[in-house]
Design a protein around this ligand. Structure first.
Ligand SMILES: Cc1cc2nc3c(=O)[nH]c(=O)nc-3n(C[C@H](O)[C@H](O)[C@H](O)COP(=O)(O)OP(=O)(O)OC[C@H]3O[C@@H](n4cnc5c(N)ncnc54)[C@H](O)[C@@H]3O)c2cc1C
Length: 428
C-alpha cells in the first residue's frame, strides 16, 4: 500500500455544494486548498432552490451558471397556497432573484470554477477515513491507495454523516421529522411560474418550482407516521388531492406512473457546534433542519464565506452561532405552524396568512428572514411578537361567538409557542 504525503493550507472534506464553495472561497484568498470527495456529484433528492443570498455568493466567487451552460430558472420569491385559497405572493425584497437548479449541475459548475485555480487540488474518488488536528487520511474504495494530507485547517463539509463532526466528538444523532418524495414534472403545471409554490392543506406541505426551462421539481412532505405512502402512489395522490390544483395533481400522477419517486429523510440536527482550533465544520455537517424554507445551501455558503475570512475557528464560531440559528428556527417554526393541529396553532396560522395578505412590511420582513438576508435574533423576535399580537386580537374578536373552551385552548397554545420561542431563540 502506498501512502503519499501532501500538504495544503486548508483541506476540505466533502465536495458537495458547501464544500466546493468553501474550497473556492479559500482558493480566491490565495490559500493552497485540497478538496476531497469520494463521488461524482450525484442525482439524489436534495436542495435545488437557492435564495438570492446564495446566488450572490456564487456570483461573487466567479461562478456563472449561464456561462457554464447549466440549465436553471429564476426564482422571484414564494407563492403560498393556504388550504386551496388564492395564493399569497411573497416576492424577494428589492426585486432580488433566487435560482432553481439541479444540485449536481450546480456542483459541477462550482467544480469547473475550482479547476481554474492552480492552488487547488481535488482528490476525487477518495473518502476521508481518519481526521486529526493537522490533517486527514483518505483512501480509495478498494483501500488500495491511501493519501495523507497535512494542513493546519481541516474543514468538514461532509454532510449529515460527517466523519469530521464525529472526530470532534460532537453528537450526530438527529431527530427524524418527515420524508420528502420528489418527482420532476413539466413546469407548465406549476400554479405560479418563476416562484416557489408552497401548497398547504394536505398532510404535509408540497413545494414546487422550476429548475430549468423544461423541468420543475415537486417535493411532497410525507409525515413520518405515513411512510407507507412513499411506496404507494395511489394513496399518496389521494391524500394530497385536496391541496393540489388539478393540473399539478395530474402532472405528479404522470411522474409517479413512470417509476418509484426519489425519497429523502427530513431530519433536525440543531446548529450549535462549529468546531475548535484547527478543525471547522460548514454546511449540513454543522446541522440541518426541515427543507421547507430551502435555507440549507445559502446558510452553508455563508458558513464558507465567513470561515474563509476569519483568523481562527473560534472567531468563526462566534460569528456564525447566532446567524446560523435564526434560519433554522424559522424553518422549524414555520413547518410546525403549517402542519400543526394542536390548540392555538390553527389560530396562529390564520394570523400569519392575514399578516402576509394585509401588511407589506410583514411580507418584506418574512422574506428577508427567509432569504437569510436578516439573521438577527431580535428581527425574528419582532416578527414573532407581531404574529402573536395579531393572533391574540383575532382570538379576542372570535371569543364573542365561540365556546370559551376553544378560546382558552388557543390562549394556552399561544403560551406554548411563546415558551418554545423563548427556549430556542433567546437561550444563550
Ligand atoms: C429533500 C431535501 C430538499 C432540500 N431542499 C433544499 C433547497 O431547496 N434549498 C436549499 O438550500 N437546501 C435544501 N436542502 C438542504 C440541502 O440539500 C443541504 O443543506 C445541502 O445539500 C448541504 O450541502 P453540504 O455540501 O453541506 O452537504 P452534502 O450536500 O451532503 O455534501 C456532502 C459531501 O461530502 C461528501 N462526503 C461525505 N463523507 C465523506 C468523507 N468521509 N470523505 C470525503 N467526502 C465525504 C459526500 O460525497 C458529499 O459530496 C434540502 C434537503 C433535502 C433533504
Amino acid at each position: 500500500m502506498r501512502t503519499p504525503e501532501r500538504t495544503a493550507d486548508v483541506v476540505v472534506v466533502g465536495g458537495g455544494p458547501v464544500g466546493c464553495v468553501t474550497a473556492l472561497a479559500f482558493a480566491k484568498s490565495g490559500r493552497r486548498v485540497c478538496l476531497i470527495d469520494p463521488d461524482a456529484p450525484s442525482n439524489r433528492l436534495t436542495g435545488e432552490w437557492l435564495h438570492p443570498t446564495g446566488a450572490g455568493i456564487l456570483t461573487n466567487l466567479g461562478v456563472s451558471l449561464t456561462e457554464a451552460g447549466v440549465e436553471h430558472a429564476p426564482g422571484h420569491g414564494f407563492a403560498i397556497f393556504p388550504n386551496g385559497e388564492s395564493p399569497i405572493v411573497l416576492p424577494y425584497d428589492g426585486g432580488e432573484r433566487g435560482i432553481g437548479v439541479r444540485q449536481h449541475l450546480l456542483v459541477n459548475a462550482v467544480r469547473a470554477a475550482l479547476a481554474r485555480y492552480e492552488n487547488v487540488t481535488v482528490l476525487s474518488g477518495y473518502r476521508v477515513a481518519e481526521v486529526a488536528r493537522g490533517g486527514v487520511t483518505a483512501v480509495t474504495p478498494d483501500r488500495e491507495t491511501t493519501v495523507r494530507v497535512a494542513a493546519p485547517l481541516v474543514v468538514g463539509a461532509d454532510g449529515r454523516q460527517s466523519i469530521v463532526r464525529q472526530a470532534l466528538g460532537y453528537s450526530t444523532s438527529c431527530r427524524p421529522l418527515s420524508y420528502m418524495v420528489g418527482v420532476l414534472i413539466d413546469p407548465a403545471a406549476l400554479p405560479v411560474a418563476d416562484y416557489g409554490n408552497v401548497l398547504l392543506g394536505g398532510p404535509g406541505p408540497v413545494l414546487a418550482f422550476r429548475v430549468g426551462a423544461n423541468q420543475a421539481r415537486v417535493c411532497i412532505d410525507v409525515p413520518a407516521d405515513r411512510v407507507a405512502w412513499v411506496r404507494n402512489p395511489a394513496e399518496l395522490l389521494a391524500a394530497y388531492r385536496p391541496a393540489l390544483p388539478v393540473a399539478l395533481h395530474a402532472a405528479i400522477a404522470d411522474a409517479l406512473a413512470l417509476g418509484p419517486p426519489q425519497v429523502a429523510a427530513n431530519q433536525l440536527l440543531p446548529r450549535r457546534a462549529y468546531g475548535r482550533t484547527g478543525i471547522a465544520l460548514v454546511g449540513d455537517a454543522v446541522g440541518h433542519c426541515h427543507p421547507l424554507c430551502a435555507v440549507g445551501m445559502s446558510v452553508g455558503f455563508l458558513d464558507a464565506m465567513t470561515l474563509a475570512t476569519c483568523r481562527s475557528v473560534e472567531e468563526y464560531t462566534g460569528l456564525r452561532r447566532t446567524a446560523g440559528r435564526v434560519p433554522e428556527l424559522l424553518s422549524m417554526g414555520l413547518y410546525d405552524l403549517f402542519v400543526g393541529t394542536d390548540d392555538g396553532t390553527p389560530e396562529l396560522r390564520a394570523a400569519v396568512f392575514h399578516l402576509w395578505r394585509t401588511s407589506a412590511a410583514a411580507r418584506r420582513d418574512t422574506m428577508r428572514l427567509l432569504a437569510v438576508r436578516e439573521t438577527r435574533r431580535a428581527a425574528l423576535g419582532v416578527t414573532f411578537a407581531r404574529l402573536l399580537t395579531v393572533a391574540s386580537r383575532q382570538v379576542a374578536i372570535g371569543a364573542l361567538t365561540r365556546p370559551v373552551s376553544r378560546t382558552l385552548g388557543a390562549v394556552a397554545g399561544f403560551g406554548r409557542w411563546a415558551g418554545w420561542f423563548a427556549r430556542e431563540a433567546l437561550a444563550r
